[in-house]
Design a binder for this molecule. Structure first.
Ligand SMILES: [Fe+2]
Ligand SMILES: [Fe+2]
Length: 348
């Protein structure tokens, strides 16, 4: 299989030398795995069998982790198809055509991730968490996501990307890209995927593991896009363009806004549930910290104080340590059940 890294051809409307063109081509070539074919080739049997053999605690931990992914994938797919697609056409960005082309690939893969996880949870686990019927347009979030900070991160993503799509302002675009590409894809998804990659130590989920290899490769391209986009905005700010002043400040602010809620993701599938899969909160925290340092400081050349970030995580940790996660999830489930009752009788 030939991999197009540098096109030998040129066009008039499409810049085949653009890095976004290269990312688009990589998406065309590498992002074409077929979810339905994967279901046919690997099948659900082994994953179902492994699921049945787990203890209730282990199932809860896996279900929470996969739930975060399912809701996250649906949110990123929706925002990519609408807000991000529009942002790529912003007059303040260069190479709009190639960026718009690339965004179609990003959107396609996010919809495939949603497709895989939605069917997987239904076919392998059970549908206990599915309250999609309560919001037919976008679906109601899964209880554990809605009841924790993970829902806050996704809410923030919707607000920031919608604002940037509306104003097309460079600082708003920087904030949206930071939340979406660095915090959600670059930290939450990568930390989550590395936890999933450790499942084989406890149970054999061949379908899940195979699919996540594809998901992680796709996400790698999405993160590259986000980093390159932010680099472009930072370069213009540093070159003194008045319109771009405040980009770096906006990026750092968005990190600090999201960090406490991202910390919940580590917490809810570790200590709070006795960590039956031994994913180890400290390891999760360390991995998240390294990713922040690598992306924000090393790659983007910003000056994020790692200790300050850890303090924000610690404060949040002390706060949510008081929570009874299972009780919060239960309350959210009850809330949904009541809404279901109202929906069924038309609210009379
Ligand atoms: Fe994704
Ligand atoms: Fe993604």
């Amino acid at each position: 299989m030939s991999q197009v890294l540098q096109s030998q051809y040129s066009g008039q409307r499409v810049d085949t030398g653009s890095k976004w063109y290269t990312l688009f081509q990589k998406g065309v070539e590498l992002g074409t795995w077929n979810v339905e074919k994967l279901f046919e080739e690997i099948g659900f049997e082994q994953d179902r069998e492994s699921w049945q053999r787990l203890s209730q605690n282990e199932r809860d931990q896996i279900r929470y982790l996969i739930s975060g992914f399912l809701d996250g994938e649906r949110e990123v797919a929706g925002d990519a198809a609408t807000n991000l697609q529009r942002i790529m056409g912003a007059p303040c960005l260069d190479g709009n055509t190639e960026k718009e082309m690339y965004m179609t690939m990003l959107t396609l893969t996010e919809h495939k991730h949603t497709q895989f996880l939605d069917v997987y949870m239904q076919e392998v686990m059970d549908d206990r968490d599915n309250y999609n019927d309560l919001d037919p347009r976008r679906g109601a979030r899964i209880p554990v996501v809605q009841a924790t900070g993970l829902g806050e991160v996704f809410e923030h993503q919707g607000l920031l990307t919608a604002k940037a799509a509306n104003t097309l302002d460079p600082v708003d675009i920087a904030k949206a890209a930071t939340n979406y590409h660095l915090n959600v894809e670059g930290i939450l998804a990568r930390v989550g995927a590395s936890a999933i990659s450790r499942f084989p130590e406890r149970a054999d989920f061949p379908l899940l593991n195979y699919a996540f290899k594809f998901v992680s490769t796709d996400e790698g391209r999405h993160i590259t896009h986000g980093i390159e986009l932010l680099k472009e905005l930072i370069e213009k700010e540093e070159a003194g363009d008045p319109q771009f002043q405040g980009v770096k400040q906006g990026i750092i602010e968005t990190l600090y806004q999201d960090v406490p809620y991202m910390a919940d993701f580590g917490y809810m599938f570790t200590d709070a549930l006795d960590d039956p899969l031994e994913l180890d909160f400290n390891e999760v925290l360390m991995r998240g910290g390294n990713l922040i340092d690598g992306m924000y400081n090393e790659t983007l050349g910003l000056d994020v104080d790692y200790m300050e970030v850890l303090n924000v995580v610690r404060d949040r940790y002390l706060e949510i340590n008081e929570w009874d996660i299972k009780q919060r999830v239960h309350e959210q489930e009850q809330h949904y059940q009541r809404k279901r009752g109202v929906a069924a009788d038309g609210g009379i």
